[in-house]
Design a protein around this ligand. Structure first.
Ligand SMILES: Cc1cc2nc3c(=O)[nH]c(=O)nc-3n(C[C@H](O)[C@H](O)[C@H](O)COP(=O)(O)OP(=O)(O)OC[C@H]3O[C@@H](n4cnc5c(N)ncnc54)[C@H](O)[C@@H]3O)c2cc1C
Length: 393
């Protein structure tokens, strides 16, 4: 099977990393090589996530390490990106776990929560003692979540929530859900974020088992039926679609890096296989047609990696625009989709098994291409930014 201890770095970007960034990258790689990679193919086949590793991932600082305070490591954005790259080089399900917990659950609490909410949840989520999920998508509203039907109605010191969320990563194992709902008791019914403990009456979750993609990740629904939550569970500092959309910008930043990791892993396996596998009396890597594929993959990966590194610089100095993140998510995920397909093809029949990673990455990337804004939606985001004309409707 061949574990990729060294990943492609054609442009020498690794040479410019700081000590801290190298440490983050190497710690993640070592953990994944020892604890996760040996069984990830089996998890994919079984449709399970290594739940028992969630606290260890927390101890290693995988959840929200780029946030400040509350037990967080306060890492720079490039170190955070490298972590996402390593996680997704193992499996998109591993990166999804960290993205949801850090960027979609801890981030909104950190950015929009009150002091008590932060103190209650951030240390527990950061350590992996608690698991969170992010409930935005609904059965009838995916690409256009602003039309959401989930409602929250004020009743004294409580809110009563009704509605259904679907395709929610980790909902069946979550302790708390950040649920986005229309606050119908306020003027214009703005979208607001509610911290919903999943053990409350009126809250139930189900698991979506029939996935052919992102199988090593738990996905489900959340049903809210007259679920009462205390009014102090509202995230007080945000109102409107800015709330969920700003979280998605954080998570998409991680995806732009993660996709590079998945593609590199597929690439490494393809090159290793091609240099070893002989047909017509020589390694298949010695045929020009295979070399063209290798050259093309390495070039696409390197360009996507440059984009991720540039995003880190912009994010670090506070200049990153959501549209730039859309460009990187769109480009890098499409790149990973193409590269993992080419890598799979180079492995011949063996390439369709779980003994090698490319087909697993290829299947996973179908989800990554769709979630956090589909490829099409990011085209429209860029189209609007570049022309000033919105073409969503
Ligand atoms: C495994 C998995 C995990 C997920 N995890 C989460 C999670 O944790 N939390 C969460 O809230 N959501 C999650 N999602 C949901 C995900 O974000 C949605 O699937 C995604 O936003 C797309 O919505 P949809 O599936 O309803 O597709 P639709 O919106 O119905 O889109 C179907 C197709 O139509 C296209 N389309 C839609 N509108 C337009 C338009 N205006 N112009 C051109 N084309 C258009 C789309 O690009 C797509 O190709 C997850 C999804 C998956 C598959």
């Amino acid at each position: 099977m061949g574990t990729p201890y060294v990943m492609l770095d054609y442009l020498g970007l690794g040479d410019d990393l700081t000590e801290e960034e190298r440490m983050v990258r190497d710690t993640a790689r070592e953990f994944l090589d020892e604890e996760i990679r040996p069984d990830i193919g089996e998890h994919f086949v079984e449709g399970t996530f290594p739940i028992e590793k969630i606290p260890e991932m927390g101890e290693l600082g995988f959840y929200g390490p780029n946030l400040e305070g509350y037990g967080s490591l306060g890492l720079g954005e490039r170190a955070y990106g490298l972590l996402m790259e390593e996680l997704e080089a193992c499996d998109s399900g591993m990166r999804s776990m960290a993205s949801v917990q850090g960027a979609l659950v801890m981030y909104p609490i950190h950015a929009y929560g009150n002091e008590e909410q932060k103190e209650t949840w951030l240390p527990k989520l950061g350590s992996g003692e608690a698991v969170g999920c992010f409930g935005l998508t609904e059965p009838n509203h995916g690409s256009n979540p602003s039309e959401m039907e989930t409602r929250a109605e004020r009743d004294g010191d409580e809110y009563i929530l009704n509605g259904n969320k679907t395709w929610i990563t980790n909902s069946p194992i979550a302790d708390v859900a950040v649920v986005w709902a229309r606050d119908v008791s306020s003027e214009d019914s703005p979208v607001r974020g509610f911290l919903v403990e999943t053990e409350r009456d009126g809250v139930s979750t189900n698991e979506i088992k029939e996935k052919l993609s992102l199988r090593a990740s738990i996905t489900g629904g959340i049903a809210l039926s007259d679920a009462r939550i205390p009014a102090e569970n509202v995230l007080p500092e945000v109102s409107g679609m800015k709330g969920p959309l700003s979280c998605l910008t954080q998570a998409r930043y991680g995806i732009a890096w993660g996709a590079v990791g998945a593609a590199k892993d597929a690439f490494e396996q393809a090159v290793e296989y091609a240099t070893d596998r002989e047909q017509f009396g020589k390694p298949i890597a010695g045929f020009q047609m295979q070399q063209e594929k290798i050259a093309e993959m390495a070039t696409r990966i390197s360009l996507a990696e440059l984009l991720a590194h540039r995003l880190a610089e912009l994010k670090e100095r506070g200049d990153l625009r959501p549209q730039q993140v859309s460009m990187a998510k769109r480009n890098n995920v499409r790149m990973a989709r193409r590269v993992s397909r080419t890598a799979r093809e180079m492995l011949g029949g063996n390439g369709i098994t779980t003994d090698y990673s490319p087909m697993r990455h290829l299947a996973n990337i179908e989800t990554v291409y769709t979630y956090e804004g589909t490829h099409d939606i990011h085209s429209l985001v860029l189209g609007e930014d570049l022309t000033g004309i919105a073409a969503y409707k």
